[in-house]
Design a binder for this molecule. Structure first.
Ligand code: NAP
Length: 349
């Protein structure tokens, strides 16, 4: 029996590889876009081990921001019914032109995929765009207990506010999501739009080859870099501070809109917990006694102390209600699984 065909953009990414796993587990036919044939071959080889009958092919899209980037994919595949647009640059502090590095691929990439769907994607029913919690958090309200961030909240940032790589990322994600929503409002397409607004996404890599480099993708690196911390460091690791979801849950939330019409038009903000560097270190030190004397202990008793002025206050009850999800993978499980995977990989190689 033919199964629903889903296009997954940026299929080589951290979240996307887990999303690909969820899609194949659920028997979808998947077309991934990647930037090189090598990546396509590598991902195919790895996934065929778990899913020998997987209906998985790839299209090469070298630059999502180039005009017409997705036209050929939709011309070649009129059978695509679902689109998960995850591709977007994720690295803060790059010493390059901020507009070229972040803004153009994020916004033009989103416009390109939506225009290609409108023109050629005659079978498309559901479109899911990966936005970010960055598009939800109002930077002027951080630390304000009276301001509760929800599925309705928007970051007021504009491109004119941008001075740093982090701000460029935040603005690009916000403006790309606004562009997608405006497109759907104005064109009144025959497909539904859902955006996913994850916080920092931590957790293990889906495929081992993602562990080849000493540094990992931007968000997984938050845990990895603690494994290189100074064992004599006893300061309170109040930074990094952020909200968290495990990558396997972030992936699941991407797939649900293909199957649940309640999620049409919605913004989903999956958040499990708040972390700081100390909380992560405490989990690592408690779970992996073999790291004693090799990584920092920091100031363990301070883990629950967050600077009030840096907290964000949020309510994700609508996301839970709409998705029917009862619980998320915890920070503790997520960190354990990530560190176990990194240590195993290091001892093998
Ligand atoms: P990732 O591992 O860096 O994946 C990003 C993907 O996008 C990669 O496949 C990358 O291809 C592709 N890509 C980037 N720029 C491109 C371009 N100009 N042309 C073609 N492909 C391009 O990042 P991730 O953490 O999985 O993030 C995936 C999505 O989730 C992004 O939209 C990100 O903004 C969003 N998000 C992530 C987090 C987080 O904490 N990780 C939180 C909120 C939202 P290459 O691998 O070839 O470079």
């Amino acid at each position: 029996m033919a199964t629903k065909t889903v296009l997954l953009t940026g299929a080589s990414g951290f979240i996307a590889l887990h999303t690909l796993d969820q899609l194949l587990k659920r028997n979808y036919t998947v077309i991934g876009t990647v930037r090189s044939q090598d990546k396509a071959d590598n991902i195919t080889t790895q996934f065929k081990k778990d899913y020998p009958n997987a209906q998985l092919t790839f299209a090469i899209v070298e630059d999502i921001g180039a005009p017409g980037a997705f036209n050929k994919v939709f011309q070649d595949h009129p059978e695509i019914e679902g689109v998960l647009h995850t591709a977007s640059p994720v690295s803060f502090g790059l010493n390059e032109d901020l507009k070229d590095t972040y803004f153009t691929p994020a916004t033009e990439g989103t416009r390109n995929v939506l225009e290609a769907i409108q023109t050629y994607g005659k079978s498309v029913k559901n479109v899911v765009v990966t936005s970010s919690l960055a598009a939800v958090i109002n930077g002027n309200k951080i630390g304000d207990k009276t301001f509760i961030h929800t599925e309705e909240t928007w970051n007021p940032i504009t491109w004119e506010d941008v001075n740093t790589g982090l701000e460029a990322y935040v603005a690009s994600k916000t403006l790309a999501e606004k562009l997608a929503r405006k497109f759907a409002d104005e064109k009144k397409p025959s497909w539904t739009l859902t955006t996913i607004n994850p916080p920092f996404v931590l957790g293990p890599q889906k495929l081992e080859f993602s562990l080849t480099n000493k540094t990992l993708n931007t968000s997984a690196e938050i845990v990895n870099e603690l494994l290189y911390s100074d064992p004599n460091d006893t300061h309170f690791f109040d930074a990094p501070l952020g909200t968290f979801i495990d990558v396997r849950d972030a992936a699941l939330v991407h797939v649900l809109p293909l199957e649940n019409e309640n999620l049409s038009g919605k913004r989903l903000i999956p958040i499990q917990d708040v972390y700081n560097g100390q909380k992560l270190l405490n989990i690592i030190n408690k779970t992996f006694p073999e790291l004693e004397g090799k990584i920092a202990k920091g100031s363990p008793e301070n883990a629950d102390r967050h600077a009030e002025e840096s907290n964000i206050y949020y309510d994700t009850s609508k996301t839970l209600e709409w998705t029917g999800i009862k619980s998320w993978i915890t920070l503790e499980e997520s960190v354990k699984d990530s560190v176990r995977q990194i240590l195993d990989y290091r001892s093998k190689h």
